[in-house]
Design a protein. Structure first.
Length: 402
């Protein structure tokens, strides 16, 4: 119980720093004109300051540093190194914009730091597909994959007011509660520091009027990195099923806790691939866009998704002793139902135009529509190839002048 003052201090400090920093960041972004200008695929209608992730980053780093020591958590310095790397990558992307492959390289570097320096990686699959212990190489590869997926899932989730922050707080509370009751107080402090830092930003992001701000990639990449560390440690701490409050089938439970960002990312990537587009092409196919299409406000859509995610978490925890296959089946079936339901009402109400470039349903409706999409993609590819060939000929002609 002597850790409770550290938990409270970390939360209050993170919250206080975040609440103080957000207005300062807003003034700076206004003076430098660093806005997220709305476009045809944006959920926002007016220009909003970005870089709110700076406040989250500052609150989390300071509170975690005060609440923890390197003696208690030797890997802390490397966790911070990975987070700081993603912070500056997100900061540059928000100010100058970065291509997706440059961000991917940074994510790989962050994963390498966590795996080989912080020693944070998967060593056991808890019986999933009949697999228990795994070696260093497959464990490292799986860890890299999970880190990149979670970082990108949180990055893609930041589409409407309060959603990324709200779901991150929910996940932080759930994981933090387990870390606390199971005696892993160091990671409980990390979770409460994260929740406090997000809470200060969340108020301005969802309820701010004159002081409204987005977290930007500065915040979403930091959140994804922290959450990937928490997820991996949650799975590793639950290998020993003899300890108090051990959770069976931790990989399935982890997926359930992050059901919205992970499942929505998988669904959106599938839609883009079926449309013969790059999985990283921005569009309006996320579930929160679906809810906005159905007439939900930003606040209503955000709270609807958070409540759905919470109910899903409670259901999975109540079924945790039913076996890995039944648990996985429940997650797949119920998760699919929750995502399909809005699409059903959208199709029924014909709320998405057939030629909408930014919104498509997962299943276009007919085989003919799939063929039409394929022909359109081939034609666009030919146009791009012809354009590149023309540019090359012009360039070579200029060289001939010399």
């Amino acid at each position: 119980m002597h850790y409770i003052p550290y938990l409270v201090t970390s939360f209050v400090m993170a919250l206080g720093i975040s609440l103080y920093a957000v207005p300062v960041v807003i003034r700076i972004t206004h003076s430098l004109k660093l806005f997220d200008n709305p476009n045809e695929r944006s959920a926002a209608k007016i220009a909003i300051p970005t870089l709110g992730g700076i406040a989250i980053f500052m609150g989390f780093i300071f509170a975690s540093t005060v609440g923890l020591s390197r003696d208690e958590l030797p890997e802390l310095v490397y966790i911070f190194a990975a987070i700081i790397l993603m912070f500056f990558v997100g900061l540059k992307d928000d100010i100058l914009s970065l291509s997706w492959w440059k961000k991917l390289i940074a994510q790989l570097m962050s994963a390498v730091i966590l795996i080989f320096l912080a020693k944070i990686r998967f060593t056991n699959l808890h019986g999933f597909l009949g697999i228990e212990e795994i070696g260093i190489v497959p464990g490292a590869l799986l860890t890299v994959f999970v880190i990149i997926v979670i970082i990108n899932a949180f990055n893609l989730m930041d589409g409407i007011d309060g959603l990324a922050g709200g779901l991150s707080m929910l996940a932080g509370i759930v994981f933090g509660t387990w870390f606390f009751i199971s005696g892993h107080y160091d990671y409980a402090i990390i979770c409460v520091s994260l929740v406090g830092a997000i809470a200060g930003f969340f108020y301005f992001n969802l309820y701010g009027k004159k002081n409204k701000i987005f977290m930007g990639d500065t915040g979403s990449l930091v959140l994804g990195t922290i959450m990937s560390v928490i997820v991996i440690r949650f799975n590793e701490f639950n290998i020993d099923q003899t300890q108090a409050f051990a959770v069976p089938y931790a990989p399935a439970i982890s997926f359930a806790i992050l059901i919205y960002p992970l499942a929505d990312t998988l669904r959106v990537f599938t839609i883009r691939i079926l449309q013969f587009k790059s999985p990283f092409t921005a569009d309006k196919n996320h579930l929160h866009h679906r809810l906005l299409t159905l007439g939900f406000s930003h606040q209503k859509a955000t709270y609807t998704i958070i409540v759905m995610n919470l109910l899903f978490i409670l259901s999975v925890f109540s079924l945790q002793h039913q076996g890995i296959f039944k648990l996985s089946g429940f997650i797949v079936v119920m998760g699919s139902f929750l995502f399909i339901l809005p699409a059903y009402f959208i199709r029924r109400g014909k709320l998405i135009k057939e030629n909408d470039r930014h919104q498509q349903l997962l299943f276009p409706g007919s085989f003919n529509q799939i063929l039409k999409n394929r022909r359109k993609a081939i034609e666009l590819s030919r146009q791009r190839s012809a354009s590149r060939a023309l540019k090359l000929r012009i360039y070579l002609q200029k060289l001939n002048l010399w």
